[in-house]
Ligand binder design. Sequence first.
Ligand SMILES: [Zn+2]
Length: 319
Amino acid sequence: MGLSNEKYNEIQREYETIRLKNRHTLEERRDYVYKNVEGYKELDDSVVSISMDMAKKRLEGDESVMDELHALLDDLKDMKRSLLKGAGLGEDYLDPIYDCPDCHDTGYIGSERCHCLKDRIVTELYEQSNILDYIEKNNFDTLRYDFYEGESLDLFKRSVQACHELIDTYDTHPTNLLLYGTVGTGKSFLSGCIAKDMLDRGYSVIYFSAISFFDLLAKEAFGHNSKEDLYNPLEYIYNCDVLIIDDLGTELSNSFTASRLFYFINERNLRRKSTVISTNLALDKLQETYSDRVFSRLLSTYTVCKLTGPDIRMLKKLS
Ligand SMILES: [Zn+2]
């Protein structure tokens, strides 16, 4: 689920950088204190020598003076803290520094991901989704039924239900969605709802307009991208949890787009990932444009939802 290994490793390196930065800050603070707080370094040196004594005695199997040495260390600790306080630095000035005190900047609490790592992953997923701006305003929180009436309202409700089903059953049996209908009937909006909800749950979502989707495929197929580029966008498109292809039919369609679409649909199904396709084309036009085999594959493996009604984008502008 979620990120590619490359991205995940990148985040791990960010954590390393945070730990390094904080260690560095702490070292600078210690240098400052050694130079400016009289007696502090001597206390630190005593701590080191007592600790070494303890280790030595433990190795020799002599536990008799441990309590005494522990008490001594506690005293030294208190003395150090009061020296720092006296110097106006705050008694915790030389405590370890963490951006996230909960996981000590490791990203994990035991074997569980810390909240900071989860947030970081969601942010990353958002950034790579291509749909960041759109879903800010177009999501389940802003969903409205009052633009629809009669049959259009029934169809819209059914589509919303299908979106929820796709989200709720993703882990057990991923489903696909084909949203079709005329311009402005809410297809892209519903894609946005799915995208935001899934991203917030920590799933990877990639959004493409059909034009940019087939553009990318053509570039890959005809080798415009550098082979040295380790990041293979196609691999990511195959593997992301939810792929959204918006406005299918607006691209320049030909036998290449039809065969690639067929391949993609199959590949995503094999990998048990959800795909959401929206189109302004009517079903017969879809069949005509992408061949019978694409059409029958769509019908057999996608939940097909029709949307009708007035152009809501226009209504929203007016309201
Ligand atoms: Zn954390």
